[in-house]
Write a protein that binds this ligand. Structure first.
Ligand code: UT7
Length: 327
C-alpha cells in the first residue's frame, strides 16, 4: 500500500513585492538579494487576510485537479496558523464544504509539507482516511520583521495542495519511502523567541522585536545543505534508487545557493533541478507543493523531494509523477 497523488493546486495572494520595492525601506539592493539568494520577488498577503484564505483557494484547486471533493481528512502544514488556537485546518475543511471530517495542522516549519505527506500516508495506511487533502500554506511575511534585512528579503506567502488516495507502491503517483528527522539542540538558530507558552508577548518582547523570526543565517545555511544531502541519500538507499534514477530534484526553495549546493553534492545535473525561488522567495511549508505545481512535470518522471527548516527539522521522499493537470 502507498499514498498516491491524484490532484494538485496552488494559490498566491495578488500583490507582488520586488526586491527594488523592499530596497526603498531596507538597507539592501536588488543585486545583493539576487546574488545571495536567487530571489527576485515574492507574493505578499494583504493585511486582514490569513493562511486559511490561501489554504482554501489552493485546496479547492487541488480538489478540482483530482476531479472531486470526496476527501475524509485535511492535513494542513503551516508555520503561520491564523490563530494559535484553534488549528487552522478545521476552518479550511468547513470553508471547502467538506463537512465534519478530520482536520488538523502540522508544524514542521519549512519541512512541514514532507511531514504532512508522511502523516497523510499514515492516515491512509491505518484506514483512518481513504482520501486526504494535504495543504502547505503560509503567510510568512506576517512573522518576519520588516526592519530586519537579514530575513525580510527571504520570505514570501503562498499555498500549494495535493489530494492523496490509497493505492499501490508501483503505480504512478505513489509516494514513499520517507526519511524524517530533527535536531532540537539547534532550535534557537531559527525561532520566534516570544509568543508561545514560555515567553508570552509583552512590552519587553515587543521592544526587542522578539515576536518576529530570528535567524542565524550562516549556520542555518550550513545545516540545510548537510541535512538535505544526508536525508536524500537515506531515502534513495531505502528505495534502492541511485541518484541516476532521479529525473527531477524538488528541494525546499529557501535560497538558490542552498539548492545548488545540495544538487552539486548529490550529483544532480542542472537540467534536473527544479527552482522557482526567484518568483516566490521562501514560502516555508508551501514551497514544495508550489514547486511541484509549477515545474511542468511529465508523467513517469521520478522525483526526489527534500526539505529543511526550523526545528531543526528535515524530511525527504520519492515519487513518480502521475498523469494529472495542476489547477
Ligand atoms: O528555510 C530554511 C530557512 N532559511 C534558510 O535556509 C536561509 C539560510 N541562510 C541563507 O540563505 C543565507 O545565510 C542568507 C541569504 C540569509 C545570508 O547570506 P550570506 O551569504 O550568509 O550573507 P551573510 O549573512 O554572511 O552576510 C554578508 C553581508 C553582511 O555584511 P558584512 O558583515 O559582511 O558587512 C550582512 O550584514 O551581507 C549583509 N547583509 C545584507 N546586505 C544587503 C545581510 N542581509 C543583507 C541584505 N542586503 N538583505
Amino acid at each position: 500500500m502507498s499514498a498516491v497523488l491524484e490532484g494538485i493546486g496552488k494559490a498566491v495572494p495578488p500583490r507582488v513585492v520586488t526586491n527594488a520595492e523592499l530596497a526603498q525601506t531596507l538597507d539592501t539592493t536588488d543585486e545583493w538579494v539576487r546574488t545571495r539568494t536567487g530571489i527576485a520577488q515574492r507574493y505578499v498577503a494583504e493585511r486582514g487576510s490569513g493562511t486559511a484564505d490561501l489554504a482554501v483557494e489552493a485546496g479547492a484547486n487541488a480538489l478540482k485537479s483530482a476531479g472531486g471533493s470526496d476527501v475524509d481528512a485535511v492535513v494542513l502544514a503551516t508555520t503561520t496558523p491564523d490563530r494559535i488556537v484553534p488549528s487552522t485546518a478545521p476552518e479550511v475543511a468547513a470553508r471547502l464544504g467538506l463537512g465534519t471530517i478530520a482536520a488538523f495542522d502540522v508544524n514542521a516549519v519549512c519541512a512541514g509539507f514532507v511531514y504532512a505527506l508522511a502523516t497523510a500516508a499514515g492516515l491512509l495506511a491505518t484506514g483512518v482516511a481513504d482520501r486526504v487533502l494535504v495543504i502547505g500554506a503560509e503567510v510568512m511575511t506576517r512573522i518576519t520583521d520588516p526592519t530586519d534585512r537579514g530575513t525580510a528579503v527571504l520570505f514570501g506567502d503562498g499555498a500549494g495542495a495535493v489530494v492523496l488516495r490509497r493505492g499501490d507502491a508501483d503505480e504512478p503517483g505513489a509516494i514513499g519511502p520517507f526519511d524524517l528527522g530533527s535536531d532540537g539542540d539547534r532550535a534557537d538558530l531559527l525561532a520566534i523567541p516570544a509568543g508561545g507558552s514560555r515567553r508570552p508577548v509583552d512590552a519587553t518582547a515587543l521592544a526587542e522585536r522578539a515576536n518576529y523570526l530570528f535567524m542565524d543565517g550562516k549556520e542555518v545555511y550550513r545545516q540545510a545543505v548537510t541535512r538535505m544531502v544526508a536525508s536524500s541519500r537515506k531515502v534513495l538507499d531505502r528505495a534502492g534508487w541511485t541518484i541516476e534514477d532521479v529525473d527531477r530534484l524538488v528541494g525546499h526553495q529557501a535560497n538558490a545557493r542552498i539548492l545548488s549546493a545540495v544538487a552539486d553534492r548529490l550529483g544532480v545535473p542542472e537540467d534536473r533541478r527544479v527552482s522557482n525561488v526567484a518568483r516566490y522567495g521562501n514560502t516555508s511549508a508551501a514551497s514544495i507543493p508550489l514547486a511541484l505545481a509549477d515545474a511542468g512535470l511529465r508523467p513517469g518522471e521520478r522525483l526526489l523531494l527534500t526539505a529543511f527548516g526550523a526545528g531543526m527539522s528535515w524530511g525527504s521522499t520519492l515519487m513518480t509523477w502521475p498523469e494529472i493537470t495542476a489547477a
